[in-house]
Structures are given as C-alpha cells and as structure tokens.
Write a protein of this length. Structure first.
Length: 337
C-alpha cells in the first residue's frame, strides 16, 4: 500500500484524503493542520491521524482537546509521498522539508510552476512526472482546459485556443472573498495566468485566455473557442468528448441550464459534498463554424483536481501507467455522471 501524507486539510486536502482512502492501493498515514479548527476535529472524527503543521502550536490543539499524533516532520518522514494542500505560497516553502526527508511531494496549482520540476495532468502528461522529487498538480481551471485540449489535439490538431474564464469570486467557505456586487476583469491585463499555465502541460499550444471574476461561489464557467486543424462536424466533436472519462456532456433533456442545477444534480446523485470531478460541457453548446469549435463548460473549483492528485501519487512513484491509474481512480471514486 502506498503511504500518503496530506499536509493541509482544508478545501482540497480533505477531499484528497477521502479520495486516497477510497483507493485499493493507498492509505492515508496522516493529515496536518495549522490550527485546531472544525476541520481538525473532523479529521480526527474521520479516523485520520492528525499532525500539527506548525510545531509551536501543538499546545493549541491540546487546549482545544484535539488529539495529535505528532508534528508534521514526523508525518513526512513516515510517508512514501506527501500531497501538499496548503494555501498558495506555503507549499513552495515546504519543499525544503520534503527534500530533507527524501519524500516526493505534490504541490497544488496555486504554487508557481517553477516551484516544481513538472506540472501534471493525468490525461495529458502522466509519464513526465515519474521519478520527480516535486510535481505540481495544475489548478482547477488549467485541469479543465487540459482535459478539453488533450483529446481535441490528438484527434483533430489545434491551431489556437481562445478561452474566456468567468470565475467565481470565492469558494462557499471563503467568507473574506469577493466581489460582493461587481464584475471584475481579473486580471485586466492580458493574457490571464491560465494560458501560460496550460503551456506548462502543452508547451507548444497557442492559447490566449481572459478572466472575469463574478459574485458567485458555485463553479467557474468557460467560454471556449478552439480553432482546429481539421473540420469535423459538431456531432463528431460531441461524441469525442462524450467518450472521455472525465468530461460530462450535459444532454439537453436534463434541463440543466447553469451551475446551480449542476450542483443540485450532484447532490441528488449522492456525490460527497456535491462534488463534480468532471468537466461539465453543455452538449447543445458544441458548435462548429468552419474549423472553429465553440462550447461552454463549467468547472467545479473545489473538486476537479482531486482525481488528478490521486493519479499524480501513482505517477510520481512510478506505480502505474496513465490508463491503469485513471481507470482505478475513476472506479474507486464512482466517476461518471
């Protein structure tokens, strides 16, 4: 069994912990938190050994009556691999600790690309991560774009990708985030960081991205134009995207017209935390005009990177090939809407 440590048990970390626990070849040896909040209590209730991410705060956990298994250094030392799900910027600072213990580490997309040796997407570049000391699972939006680009590039070739990302202002639990009543170019300069981030997966891809931030918490929505090298019809493109294991092409009869209904659907079908691990592509939006493909897709920012982290564990350790890992992860999680 692969022994997985998770440093950070917040929005991403707790989801990754549950996903790792569901795998037949992995177990969670512990999770780390910086403070004794409700998530720390939940970790213990869920049976995860809890470690203090900041050793000087161990007494705070004692004062709160939350049992600790030790400090994060001890956790890292016992693990085969560590998933760093700390807030942006902290993961890069933690790399020295992971190297000190000779423990391979996975960072999240909030870290700069140069904090890791390779950026990872299971569908696109699984094998490039094998043997790395530090890899970076790209962000939710980059994951969604990469999953879309990979099959289109393989099947038809791509001249250019143009994407406008309408981004949620914050996650549901991020009470300090905004805007409250505004629509912001974010950033106002072009391109947004998403295009260059996609290039860490597809170095030769021509891609331009723009970003807007809106007062919503549910999901991101992408307006996509892909200029293809060939000219398939819309039905062919739809069939290709329907064949992918991590894309959910929304059929018209479902009457799902936005992110709110997508999240309610996820709740109704019993998804944990109403998570949607797949790209959600509106089937009727898939349109071809000459060589130009257009579509809308929604990305659940809290969860689409979760299966990617699981696959990255196997990739960095050289425990599986891409097809086998993706199939194992998907089956264990119950992927497919």
């Amino acid at each position: 069994m692969i022994q997985v440590a998770i440093n950070g048990y917040g929005t991403i970390g707790k989801r990754v912990a549950d996903a790792v626990r569901a795998q037949p070849d992995m177990e969670v040896v512990g999770v780390a938190k910086t403070r004794p909040n409700f998530e720390a209590e939940t970790a213990v209730e869920n049976g995860y050994p809890l470690y203090a991410a900041i050793e000087d705060r161990m007494d705070q956990f004692d004062d709160a009556g939350i049992e600790l298994a030790g400090a994060v250094d001890e956790l890292v030392a016992t693990a085969d691999v560590v998933v760093d799900a700390c807030p942006s910027g902290i993961g890069a600072d933690n790399v020295a600790m992971y190297r000190e213990h000779d423990t391979p580490a996975l960072l999240q997309g909030g870290e700069d690309a140069d904090a890791a040796e390779v950026s990872f997407n299971a569908r696109a570049n699984f094998d490039e991560t094998t043997g790395a000391d530090v890899a970076r699972v790209v962000s939710c939006n980059t994951t969604g774009l990469s999953r879309l680009v990979a099959p289109l590039q393989e099947e038809y070739g791509i001249e250019k990708v143009r994407a406008t990302l309408v981004r949620r202002g914050g996650d549901p639990a991020q009470t300090g985030r905004g805007p409250i009543n505004d629509i912001l170019p974010n950033p106002v300069s072009l391109p947004s960081h998403h295009g260059p981030d996609v290039n860490t997966i597809f170095p030769d891809l021509a891609i331009d991205t723009l970003g807007l931030k809106v007062p919503a918490t549910l999901m991101h929505t992408h307006s996509i134009n892909v200029e293809l090298e060939s000219a398939p019809d819309a039905d062919e493109v739809r069939e290709l995207l329907e064949s992918q294991s991590r894309t959910f092409v929304i059929d018209e009869h479902m009457a799902i017209d936005g992110a709110g209904k997508l999240k309610e659907y996820a709740q109704d079908v019993g998804r944990p935390r109403a998570d949607i691990w797949e790209n959600c592509i509106w089937g009727e939006s898939i349109t071809m005009e000459d060589n130009d493909c257009y579509l809308f897709q929604a990305i659940h920012q809290e969860s689409d990177v979760v299966p990617e982290n699981v696959d990255a564990v196997r990739a960095i350790l050289g425990e599986s090939d891409a097809a086998e890992s993706i199939e194992t992860t998907n089956e264990a999680l119950g992927m497919g809407l």
